[in-house]
Design a protein around this ligand. Structure first.
Ligand code: ATP
Ligand code: MG
Length: 410
């Protein structure tokens, strides 16, 4: 895409009403626009990043047998009343129609997914089932000061699985865990997995996927020697303790953001909705359910927080809006322009943002740093003399010079 055609522009100053680095950078670079506290619109650059994150998540969920659907987000109140969540969930947005009918906005989809699964799963042979969706969630969060990391409207991948035994849930949980860890790694993040109490859903165990970042809202204790990690909220340990798991390492405290979690819901919703299946002996049983959340927009915010430097955003290749940022440094020089135009024409459509604007080199470099595309390709008067384009890695600053041919086949 030609940058001269991109309708968004960068801005030098951070918006005054944003405390969070992720929102400041994303707004300055033109990825998002703030509508109000906790609610953002995603602009053309932002939507590309979200689409890339969603593509990775979708690929991993499909690979472990997840089946994608799209559930309603405007919910009838009845199932919420049936499970007790109408009054029990404080973040639930409730609406009233002009005919005084009550609705809820989806903050999670347990109330919708169990009745869907129930329509089709009647025999033990129909299990296990894993259903997932990627879409918007609405929560009446009290505090929305973490930019896109805590929204009142936000993007989430939520999956729900149904099993005929606890062992089968445990088996599937282990598979999901590995898929989640692959997703975070592809985003250049290291996630730690905590064990925590099930919060509002149940008394059963839950698992949280945590990425260390000062912008997070949780404190975790983790061992540097092994995988042991717990959330401070439920912890019986403290910083400096010897690791109760490996007995070798010492526990460190760190601030982290929860980028995903898993709850063992047991038979709660199956019982609420009288969702039963016939086992091999023909006896009615309730399935065991698990739910698996992954914050899509929070993940985008955490990537910005964890990887940005003092000059701007640094996207991992897998989620960047473009792979290359082609900068023409002398757009008023006909030969440079011809070279850059031709190079742009030979690059893969969609892989490159071409800064063809009539602007100073310093401005182009600053914008490029802010926008954070992984590879910068520089074409200037020197390129015409040497025949070499300059390739700069945004994350490391490493510079290499390549001939046009070598660059195009790289
Ligand atoms: P938190 O403790 O951060 O409020 P949660 O326990 O409410 O999270 P879930 O209800 O399980 O989280 O949601 C699944 C995932 O969705 C979370 O792990 C997180 O990544 C993301 N998430 C939760 N609330 C928000 C929010 N308000 N804005 C953006 N992402 C969110
Ligand atoms: Mg919450």
């Amino acid at each position: 895409m030609r940058q001269s055609q991109l309708f968004t522009k960068t801005r030098r100053d951070a918006p005054k009403d944003e405390e969070a680095k992720n929102a400041q950078l994303l707004i300055r670079a033109g990825y998002v626009k703030k509508e109000m506290a906790g609610v953002y619109s995603y602009l053309p650059l932002g939507i590309k990043v979200l689409a890339n994150i969603e593509r990775i998540v979708r690929r991993e969920m499909d690979a472990i047998g997840g089946q994608e659907l799209r559930m309603a987000t405007l919910h009838p109140s009845e199932p919420w009343k049936q499970t007790g969540a109408w009054d029990g969930v404080d973040v639930l947005f409730k609406l009233m129609s002009r005919t005084e009918k009550e609705y809820a906005l989806g903050q999670s989809e347990e109330e919708i997914v169990a009745p869907i699964a129930q329509e089709y799963a009647n025999s033990y042979k129909d299990f296990p089932i894993a259903l997932y969706q990627i879409g918007q969630k609405y929560r009446d969060e009290l505090r929305a000061k973490s930019g896109i990391m805590r929204g009142r409207e936000f993007g989430m991948k939520d999956m729900y699985s149904f099993h005929t035994s606890q062992e089968d849930f445990d088996r599937f949980y282990a598979i999901v865990k590995e898929a989640y860890l692959r997703i975070y790694r592809e985003c250049n993040l290291t996630a730690k997995v905590t064990e925590a109490s099930g919060g509002s859903f149940s008394e059963k165990i839950s698992y949280e996927f945590m990425v260390l970042t000062d912008a997070g809202e949780d404190t975790i204790f983790y061992c540097e020697e092994c995988d042991y990690c717990v959330n401070e909220e439920v912890a019986k340990v403290k910083e400096g303790d010897t690791c109760p798991s490996c007995s070798k390492g010492t526990l460190k405290a760190g601030v982290a953001s929860e980028v995903g979690n898993v709850f063992d819901l047991g038979q709660k919703y199956a019982k609420d909705f009288k969702f039963m299946y016939k086992d091999a002996e023909g006896i009615d049983q309730y399935p065991i359910e698990g739910c698996y959340g992954l914050g899509i927009t929070r993940l985008m915010g955490v990537i910005v927080e964890a990887l940005a430097d003092e000059k701007g955003i640094v996207w991992p290749e897998a989620v960047a809006p473009f792979r290359y940022h082609l900068l023409s440094l002398a757009p008023d020089d006909a030969d440079v322009k011809a070279f850059a135009d031709a190079l742009y024409g030979d690059m893969l459509t969609g892989s490159v943002l071409y800064d063809d604007r009539d602007a100073r080199a310093g401005e182009k470099f600053a914008d490029s740093d802010l926008i954070g595309i992984p590879w910068r390709v520089i074409v200037g008067k020197d390129t015409l003399k040497s025949g070499m384009v300059e390739l700069v890695n945004r994350a490391t600053g490493e510079v290499s010079k390549l001939s046009r041919e070598d660059f195009l086949t790289r």
